[in-house]
Design a protein around this ligand. Structure first.
Ligand code: PAF
Length: 283
């Protein structure tokens, strides 16, 4: 497995693969890889001959008071995991390779609608940063397919929309969330949790599951009431809930009584660590 840091080198290698008629998959990551990321690589290997995993802690998607500086950078361990997983190529560019003119001068991609609300409300500018870097990675790698985790449900919706709206010839695949035995969704940010917080953390998914089973029940309570009760349960368990929203899975707009395909989205802080999770419900 090779690692390249420069776009020019990446393009030369990929041109070669393309000339051989190989199908190329991209798995964009910010590194500090866990089993969830490895499952994305496995999914990508099912869909393509060559898998490029990008590792880039994207400054544009972090707010001024967020964890950009302390975000773990673990390139060597990541390379070892990727090699074992059968990944073909790692693209690990420095910030200067992606934003040579600096962030302020960078053209941005804005995705209306699905970027708004939920995490978009709590993290202004976040999805512009994600959409911009993913569009650039799509242009740099020109993959046939790209794989993203369903854990970042709103991010996946943003990426699907930008791909469609900008007519990018990339098939976007969503891969299921990988969870620890107690239900906590794997995330690089779980490493910030203290032992005590880690014990509490699984409550987030438990609360989402109970909202989902209410929604599927014969007489589901009013959706607004379910959202409020879920937030109160999280608060009681020691979280600082940012939101619990039941949405239409396609539009991410507040769920209507006639909607059949729903997703419960949540974000909550445990101490200073912000966790997100979601669960989809068909009724
Ligand atoms: O999900 C992530 O790790 C990031 O948001 C992504 C898609 C790699 C863009 O920086």
């Amino acid at each position: 497995m090779r690692t390249v840091h420069k776009l020019k080198e990446l393009r030369t290698i990929l041109q070669n693969y393309r000339a051989q008629g190989k199908r190329i998959a991209l798995v964009p990551t910010m590194g500090n890889l866990h089993d969830g990321h490895i499952s994305l690589v496995s999914r990508a290997l099912e869909a393509a001959d060559v898998v490029v995993t990008s590792i880039f802690v994207n400054p544009m998607q972090f707010g001024a008071h967020e964890d950009l500086d302390k975000y773990p950078r673990t390139l060597q361990a990541d390379q070892e995991r990727l090699e074992q997983a059968g990944n073909t190529l790692v693209f690990a560019p420095p910030v200067s390779e992606i934003y040579p003119q600096g962030l302020a001068q960078q053209t941005q991609v804005v995705v209306p609608g699905v970027s708004e609300g939920h995490c978009g409300a709590g993290r202004p500018g976040h999805f512009e940063g994600v959409a911009t870097v993913v569009t650039m990675l799509f242009n740099m790698v020109q993959p046939d397919v790209a794989v993203f985790g369903e854990k970042d449900f709103q991010q996946l919706a943003v990426i699907r929309k930008l791909t469609q709206d900008l007519r990018l010839p990339v098939e976007v695949i969503g891969a299921p969330t990988v969870r620890d035995a107690d239900g906590l969704a794997l995330s690089s940010r779980n490493g910030y949790l203290s032992t005590e917080e880690r014990h509490k953390a699984s409550t987030l998914y438990k609360v989402l599951r109970s909202v989902a089973s209410e929604l599927q029940g014969n007489n589901p309570a009013e959706i607004g009431k379910l959202e409020q009760e879920a937030a109160a349960q999280l608060q009681e368990a020691g979280f600082r809930p940012e939101y619990v929203n039941v949405v239409n899975s396609l539009t991410l707009q507040p769920a209507q009584p006639s909607d059949r395909d729903l997703t419960v989205l949540a974000a909550a802080f445990l101490g200073t660590t912000r966790l997100i999770d979601n669960i989809s419900v068909q009724r």
